[in-house]
Ligand binder design. Structure first.
Ligand code: ADP
Ligand code: LRH
Length: 501
């Protein structure tokens, strides 16, 4: 049982991919390696429907099927057999399916405003302190429970989180994967089960979500029509992985020692540490840190920081205005600007919604009493300086609140390719930054499948050792001179807790 081939479906807010993950090598985990081959890539983005922001799930599912067909073809061409499929996507959002399995509407996006409108009502029924003491979830206006509170009718339907919805359409089996369940606000962080008292208090049907499944457990096998459409054998398993993309990404942080911090850098930056047990005290709640569930029952103690959404939204605006907006020249001109320019609070919920991002950034700078030159390079530099500053204060706070000291920061995900941001992060934190892998999420997805198939063994530290043997990483050391000349960033307030009190 030396290795295996696995298909990873990994969909982020900006793009999706289907990858073949191969585990090869000798018996001891240390002698093995893992590699990825992209067989299909597709864009993802918001869909405006009747004035609401949605995801085009039908289109995404079509892309998943295309990707699985490409995976089947690629594997067959080299005489390989795909053991299983694992699925991960962004968290929080869900589709409502009826008894026949039909979707009621295309799923809403967390960037829609509807969640925010329900916060006050939810908090009337469940005090934020009580919510936090059980769920350990940071307050975000789009957490699943606020979105659910806006639904007009929940009888006769089940809520399936996006990766679970894909697994259901592939296998016909309904489950809720545990790491993603922990982002709903309806999950008990200590018990690792649904918080049934919350369903009661909010008047939600108690079986609204299917039963919990753990990463590594098998949900089912392919439906005959899916097998026929993709060319995969019907016995191909659909295996639960860390279906919350951030859970898979953190599982694949190639850390050597325990004392690491991570930044999962994509549309969002998820900034924090890995713990054995949740921190549920009042200080942690007020600092708005989350205790999301990781692979193997670990806790992802982190905060959402604005992320590269700020940058990609600016690029979208500039493209619509006919300006040059490719990433490489933008980053190059931003790197040429001096340190110490204006900053914004990258955590501000005012940046969650789409459109007019450069203008919103400029007015935030103005509100802080500074002026941002009307040039894309200056806007890009402002975003990256602000993100680095947010990372530094978030990590300092994570260490303080959890008691876990860290000596190195691992940046994984698409943003790990942003050399300027990696260097600015090293400078702002005074810590070594290790960047990569870019596809950590897909790697975490594959390794959990590989372990379920017994192609690899061990806990997260063994999986991480295998990763280190397989991927190229890049290190950034803090430039102390730059650090000394960078102005002290004012401590920004925690993520807007408006309505949370
Ligand atoms: P998500 O999973 O949220 O869709 P990704 O992990 O795919 O996000 O990261 C996407 C981000 O990575 C982009 O918004 C972009 O800023 C950054 N990125 C992608 N490619 C590069 C690159 N070659 N250089 C620098 N940054 C990059
Ligand atoms: C990142 C992510 C993040 C969630 C957000 C909704 O893709 O899953 O962890 O908070 O999307």
């Amino acid at each position: 049982n030396a290795g295996g081939v696995f298909a990873a479906v990994d969909i982020g807010a900006s793009s999706g991919r289907v990858m073949l993950g191969r585990v090869t090598g000798g018996r001891p985990a240390s002698g093995k390696s893992v590699s990825l081959e992209t067989v299909h890539r597709f864009p993802n983005g918001l869909l405006e429907l009747d004035g609401g922001l949605h995801w085009d799930f039908d289109a995404l599912f079509d892309e998943v099927l295309k990707g699985l067909a490409a995976a089947a073809e690629t594997a067959a061409a080299s005489g390989e057999r795909i053991t299983s499929i694992g699925i991960d996507t962004w968290a929080v959002d869900y589709g409502l399916v009826d008894a026949s399995g039909a979707l009621r509407t295309q799923p809403f996006s967390y960037r829609d405003e509807r969640g925010r409108t329900a916060v006050a009502d939810v908090h009337k029924a469940l005090d934020p302190a009580r919510l936090y003491a059980t769920s350990g979830l940071q307050f975000l206006q789009f957490n699943t429970l606020y979105q659910l509170a806006t639904e007009r009718e929940l009888r006769g339907v089940q809520a399936l989180l996006i990766p679970d919805l894909i697994a259901f359409k592939l296998s016909g089996q309904r489950r809720t994967e545990a790491t993603n369940a922990s982002t709903t606000g309806l999950f008990d962080a200590v018990a690792g089960e649904w918080a049934s008292e919350f369903f009661k208090a909010l008047g939600l049907p108690k079986n609204l979500f299917p039963a919990i499944i753990q990463p590594g457990e098998t949900a089912g096998t392919l439906l005959p029509e899916i097998a026929a459409r993709t060319g995969l054998p019907a016995e191909t398993a659909v295996v639960a992985v860390g279906s919350h993309d951030t859970a898979s990404a953190v599982a694949a942080v190639p850390a050597r020692q325990e004392d690491f911090a991570y930044i999962s850098s994509g549309t969002w930056s998820l900034v924090g540490v890995e713990l054995d047990s949740p921190v549920l005290d009042e200080a942690s709640r007020l600092a708005n840190f989350t205790n999301e569930r990781g692979v193997d029952g670990t806790i992802r103690y982190l905060r959402n920081v604005g992320g590269l959404w700020l940058l990609s939204e600016c690029q979208r605006t500039w493209a619509a205005e006919g300006h040059r907006q490719e990433l490489a020249p933008l980053l190059e001109s931003a790197a040429a600007l001096p340190a110490g320019g204006p900053q914004i609070n990258a955590d501000d919920p005012a940046f969650i919604a789409p459109d007019n991002m450069p203008d919103r950034i400029r007015s935030a700078v103005r509100a802080g009493g500074a002026v941002l030159p009307d040039r894309p390079a200056a806007v890009v530099r402002c975003i990256l300086d602000s993100l680095a500053a947010a990372y530094a204060r978030t990590l300092a706070r994570a260490e303080e609140l959890s008691g876990k000291q860290t000596s190195v920061i691992h940046i994984v995900g698409g943003g790990s390719q942003n050399r300027l941001l990696c260097q600015l992060t090293a400078d702002a934190t005074g810590k070594t930054v290790v960047a990569g892998p870019v596809e950590a999420t897909a790697l975490g997805n594959v390794l959990v499948q590989a372990r379920a198939a017994r192609a690899v063994t061990g806990g997260l530290s063994e999986l991480r050792a295998l990763l280190r043997a397989s991927v190229q990483l890049e290190s950034y050391e803090p430039k102390s001179l730059q650090r000394l000349t960078t102005p002290v960033v004012p401590q920004s307030p925690p993520l807007d807790l408006e309505g949370a009190e």
